[in-house]
Design a protein around this ligand. Structure first.
Ligand code: COA
Ligand code: ZN
Length: 314
């Protein structure tokens, strides 16, 4: 379906971080590495490989250094999430290519997530930027709850732009606008992206869309229409912030690849391989995952039969 001059869409795979952090049981390190390897083989070129956070806060991520030590390095940008300077130091000394700093757009969520006010997190930010600069590595600024906060509700757009400005002035190479709570709707996506791109026309941005209220794919479509070209997605659609009540998954990578490739975009990810990986992932985790295309299969009946065992005989 994809043609040589198809518009490229870059997918940032977040299951190894956003997915495993929220999985009720600790996923063994060798299983994490197995999935990461398969994701790269399917064509994933950037991922949130893990996070360097307090093991007391998020025990599921306690093997971050081992994960970073075991991943294939070729062809993939490994960008773990970090909440503070200590996390950035550990991430870079474990071989991170880039770090994702996370600060929420509301004090209420930032306090719940990292036990700091936004102002306190921003103080740490300067030393993270300095460290990254010294090492010649990029930093992405992630803005949690940008489209709605589980504690505060609506988030004034000016608060989102203020945090974005702090990131960009500090030297962030890109910004991640996160709908951590799945509270966005297409109209809100269009409105915020319009304001964001008008203020920061030179800054690359990505969308991180959760499906708590069933709007994630519609939100992705709205963002595409607004010109977005970078999206976060998680294999099988797992994921969720531990500090969001009733957190639900991310956009499933295989569903995003299916839809975008059929629409003529080039994701660089092989649909059959990513479906197979999602199905294998489900067997590793031992639970049915939210992804739909790994159940329904690709459009071609023969391929659907081959990859999902679907019988199309009439
Ligand atoms: N990586 C590993 N350990 C860390 C750490 C990091 N990035 N930051 C702090 N720690 C350790 C400290 O060394 C200290 O260890 P000790 O008790 O053995 O001395 C302990 O954690 C507490 O440190 P402190 O700075 O007081 O942190 P805190 O208790 O105020 O917690 C955070 C703040 C940010 C470290 C913690 O809330 C956190 O890791 N949050 C991450 C939340 C998250 O990942 N959410 C989902 C993604 S959006
Ligand atoms: Zn998330």
């Amino acid at each position: 379906m994809t043609t040589a001059n198809a518009k490229k869409i870059h997918i940032r795979e977040v299951a190894p971080r956003d997915g495993f952090q929220s999985w009720p049981e600790f996923v063994p390190t060798d299983k994490k590495l197995e999935v990461i390897k398969l994701l790269i083989e399917a064509g994933v070129t950037e991922m949130e490989t893990t996070s360097f956070v307090s093991p007391k806060a998020i025990p599921q991520m306690r093997d971050a250094a081992e994960v970073m030590g075991g991943v294939p390095r070729k062809g993939c940008v490994h960008s773990p999430l970090v909440p503070n300077l200590k996390g950035a130091q550990l991430a870079f000394s474990s071989g991170a290519d880039k770090v994702i700093v996370v600060i929420s757009t509301t004090d209420a969520h930032n306090l719940a997530n990292v036990r700091r006010t936004i102002k306190e997190s921003l103080t740490d930010l300067q030393s993270i930027f300095q460290l990254a600069k010294d090492l010649g590595k990029p930093v992405m600024g992630a803005m949690a709850v940008a489209f709605g906060c589980p504690y505060q509700g609506d988030v004034p757009e000016e608060d989102v732009y203020r945090l974005a400005e702090a990131y960009i002035k500090g030297g962030a190479s890109s910004i991640d606008l996160a709908d951590t709570t799945g509270m966005a709707t297409p109209t809100r996506i269009l409105k915020l992206l319009k304001g964001f791109t008008a203020r920061f026309p030179e800054t690359p941005y990505s969308l991180h869309l959760h499906n708590n209220r069933g709007t994630a794919m519609a939100n992705l479509y709205a963002a595409l229409e607004a010109g977005a070209t970078i999206f976060d997605a998680a294999l099988g659609g797992i994921g969720g912030c531990p500090n969001v009540p009733q957190a639900a998954g991310n956009l499933p990578t295989e569903d995003v690849v299916f839809m975008l490739e059929d629409m003529g975009f080039d994701t660089g990810i092989d649909l059959m391989k990513i479906i197979k990986t999602a199905r294998h992932f489900e067997s590793i985790l031992g639970k049915t995952l939210p992804g739909q295309v790994m159940k329904g299969g690709p459009r071609d009946p023969k391929m659907a039969a081959a990859v999902c065992g679907i019988d199309h005989q009439i």
